[in-house]
Design a binder for this molecule. Structure first.
Ligand code: MG
Length: 450
């Protein structure tokens, strides 16, 4: 769309039109963000890889046990009511013919890499939000929302042609990151929804508060107290009142639903935490097995931490215990968090801290069947000499050399003695999705670099 100097457009965002020109004749491009979300991703990738699975209810599972969770349901399984998060036994009760497939993280990363290669040809400003979601800042690359709409069709077409014909995606186009994600969440599967301030009344106002990205039930109840029940109510509520009640969060909520940018697309977003967890594939008979699993979880987290050049100022460890009455899957457990006296960087320190929490908290004689650890309060690593070094530490050069060998030849090519006796398959490559994937997304960025 072309514009003529002096065209009276008060804001390029007030309609779906495109570039607006100011009185001085300078063409102002509208800010355009595109959010792409692959539909039923892991399940669809499995159907892409194996045509026999297409058109059938498929569930990708974390572990193949009756209590194991379905981490992705195919479109066909969802149609039968089998949602992501269902336990295998519940899914089988609904449809005994559901096809269950163990998750294959390497496969999903490879497909995401293929999709990313396409997305990168449209803009350099990309934030890989999770393994199957990305934000693209198209400002300056398109002249209007209609252009972006056409581009979304092209992207969808290229993904099916160049990566796999079975892959489907929902796309949202909007002037802000938040609205773009809201649009792709709201769009019917496999389609694009374009939102701009001119059509929010139709697409956003009737929605419930919890339909909004970032509003959960606790916040919904607090908003209800202000007589706010829909996103339209929120959009029209005086922002000063929201600021008084909720502080900056109140402004963020109001800005989001009004199409005002609160955050920007961040290509190099750093994770807030790095964590790994593992449900034991076999029963522990002594503390040796949990110890080896923990060592491996700590090494994985440590390598991620160092690859991002971060240090951790907090560590959390949790464990599950088998319930003898209800089977050996975790029903209860414990754990704890510490703030170490000096920031943690190397695996030995991570492991020592985690092990101390575990052995300090574990009831006498009990053996866990589940371990989870998270490094939090992450900051850019500062290489500072300690005034009073505590305990024996690996020389940074040794840690670096170990990481370099493992980066080049694969995880655990060289490892500590405590890893010996632990089969590689005991801690299979797992992949997270949605909120936990800030970290997984970084994984992909890192592997794409090599
Ligand atoms: Mg998705």
């Amino acid at each position: 769309m072309t514009t003529t100097p002096g065209r009276s457009t008060s804001s390029p965002l007030l309609n779906s039109g495109g570039a607006a020109s100011s009185a001085s004749g300078v063409v102002k491009m509208p800010r355009v963000i595109l959010h792409i979300d692959m539909n039923s991703y892991f399940a669809t990738v499995e159907q892409q890889a194996n045509p026999f699975l297409r058109g059938k209810p498929v569930g990708v599972v974390a572990t193949m046990t009756p209590n194991g969770c379905i981490i992705a349901s195919s479109i066909e399984a969802k149609a039968k009511g089998i949602k992501t998060g269902f336990r295998i036994r519940d899914a089988r009760a609904i449809d005994p013919r559901i096809i269950l497939i163990p998750n294959d993280a390497a496969k999903y990363r490879t497909v995401t890499g293929g999709i990313m290669r396409i997305l990168k040809t449209y803009t350099e400003d990309i934030e890989l939000y999770s393994i199957d979601e990305a934000f693209l800042d198209l400002t300056g690359f398109v002249r209007s929302f209609d252009d972006a709409d056409a581009m979304s069709e092209e992207i969808r077409h290229r993904i099916t042609r160049e990566v796999g014909e079975w892959l489907k995606c929902s796309i949202g186009v909007a002037p802000t990151r938040w609205l773009a994600k809201f649009a792709s969440d709201t769009a019917p599967k496999g389609t694009t929804l374009v939102l701009h301030t001119g059509n929010l009344d139709r697409h956003l106002d009737p929605c419930r508060l919890t339909d909004a990205w970032g509003i959960a039930h606790a916040l919904e109840r607090r908003l209800n107290l202000l007589n706010l029940y829909s996103l339209g109510d929120l959009r029209r509520y005086p922002v000063e009142n929201l600021l008084t009640v909720f502080g900056i969060l109140g402004y963020e909520l109001w800005a989001n639903v009004n199409g005002i940018e609160f955050t920007s697309v961040q290509g190099q977003r750093l994770p807030k935490s790095i964590g790994h967890s593992h449900v034991f594939a076999k029963k522990a008979t002594s503390l040796e097995y949990p110890k080896a699993v923990l060592a491996k979880l700590c090494e994985k987290a440590g390598r991620r931490l160092r690859a991002l050049d971060l240090e951790a100022h907090g560590l959390w460890l949790g464990y599950g215990l088998p319930d003898r009455l209800r089977g050996w899957h975790e029903q209860r457990g414990g754990g704890g968090a510490i703030t170490p006296p000096s920031p943690i960087v190397d695996t030995r320190d991570i492991f020592t801290a985690a092990w101390n929490i575990l052995t300090g908290d574990l009831p006498r004689g009990a053996l866990p069947n589940y371990l989870a650890m998270t490094l939090f309060r992450l900051r850019p690593h500062v290489d500072q000499l300690e005034l009073w070094p505590r305990g024996k530490k690996d020389a940074p050069a040794l840690v670096e050399a170990l990481d370099a060998v493992n980066d080049k030849y694969g995880d655990f090519t060289v490892a500590r003695g405590s890893f010996w006796g632990l089969n590689e398959n005991d801690v299979p490559d797992r992949i997270g999705f949605r909120k936990t994937v800030g970290v997984d997304a970084d994984d992909i960025i890192l592997s794409a670099r090599t």
